[in-house]
Design a protein around this ligand. Structure first.
Ligand SMILES: [Mg+2]
Length: 349
């Protein structure tokens, strides 16, 4: 079945740097680099004005300073990023059920239901307007028939741009696209391509599949063979928000003492800590569940101003919950649930 797809890639323009310029308008139009106080050596990102000097993200700050002596370094503010990211995503979710969150400032959105690129264009203009009204900074959107082209399209006219590559123009677009603009082409691959005289899509298009896989390996070879032919079947992957995380234990032998219960809570807290790390999140509410041997169940919750992230916080608060009343009966089941989960945006560091 060949259903026409309309996929968009929405990307906030130099997210952290734009937030810094929004917060301090005197930074507008100036080259700035975002760098954390404790890792001052590397830039998280930089403004377009700094990029004009060749400054890039992940660059050591001394190098940025060398390329652009007037660069201003600004500390990151993750609370502001989180808040802006949430608003950005919620604007997108008003226009489609299918929103894939790629990063805090980047999403794919499926607008196939609109049925035409003209309507999608209008809607994306609206989205861009709403995003900039809601968070005070601009985003760029690429619209096309698949994720690959949409992403390339959102990047080519940045910042504050809307670029549409319709079905009819896909072929021309890809054949004329400089090889370094193909997403997935890093510096190394670019050099490899150029050593084979592959400078743009047209040159890539002429290379047979077996030769491409020989140069790049099976999966990357096939990837580039397909995308230059406008083929990318990846669907929008919607991640349903995880609202809570729970770990529990049912005991083969009932527990009778506070000390045993505390030991079990410790091991559950360790497991919770590991899972929170894996999901790059933390929680604001902690609930302890206890089931007694007679199957009666009680839960005790605590919501502190603090956040639950590491084993010590989780353990000590669960223990407090548990000790609010003495354990009068043997316990069969113990669990800890962390809810009101939030993403750990600063896991980027
Ligand atoms: Mg971005």
């Amino acid at each position: 079945m060949n259903v026409k797809k309309i996929l968009c890639h929405c990307d906030i323009d130099s997210f952290y740097a734009s937030i810094a310029q929004r917060e301090d308008p005197s930074l507008k139009g100036k080259p700035i680099g975002i760098t954390s106080a404790d890792r001052r050596s590397v830039l998280a990102t930089c403004s377009y004005e700094a990029r004009a000097f060749g400054v890039r993200s992940a660059m050591p700050s001394w190098k940025a300073k060398e390329l652009c002596p007037e660069i201003i370094f600004v500390n990151p503010d993750f609370n502001l990023y989180r808040e802006a990211s949430k608003k950005f995503i919620s604007v997108l979710k008003n226009y489609s059920e299918l929103v894939e969150i790629v990063g805090s400032d980047e999403c794919y959105i499926d607008l196939s239901h609109l049925g035409s690129f003209e309507i999608a264009f209008e809607i994306c203009q609206k989205i861009r307007k709403e995003v900039s009204e809601s968070i005070g900074i601009t985003c760029s959107i690429g619209i096309s028939i698949n994720k690959f082209i949409a992403k390339v399209a959102s990047g080519i006219n940045k910042p504050d741009a809307l670029t549409v590559i319709t079905e009819e123009s896909v072929k021309d677009f890809l054949l004329n696209l400089p090889i370094e603009e193909f997403r997935g082409v890093g510096k190394k691959t670019e050099e490899v391509f150029k050593s084979y005289n592959i400078k743009k899509g047209e040159d890539l298009f002429k290379v047979p599949l077996d030769q491409l896989t020989e140069i790049l390996g099976d999966s990357r070879g096939l990837w580039f063979y397909n995308v230059v032919r406008g083929k990318d079947d990846r669907e929008i992957e919607v991640e349903y928000e995880r609202k809570s995380l729970a770990v529990h234990k049912t005991f083969r032998k009932d527990i009778y003492t506070d000390r045993e219960a505390a030991e079990e809570l410790w091991s559950i807290a360790m497991e919770i800590e590991q899972r929170l790390k894996r999901h790059k999140s933390y929680g604001k509410t902690l609930t302890v569940k206890v089931k007694y041997a007679d199957f009666q169940m009680i839960t005790r919750s605590t919501t502190t101003g603090d956040i639950f992230r590491n084993v010590l916080e989780i353990y000590s608060n669960s223990l407090k919950c548990l000790k609010r009343k003495p354990l009068l009966r043997p316990i069969r089941f113990l669990g800890i649930c962390i809810s009101s989960l939030e993403d750990e945006t600063n896991a980027l560091w």
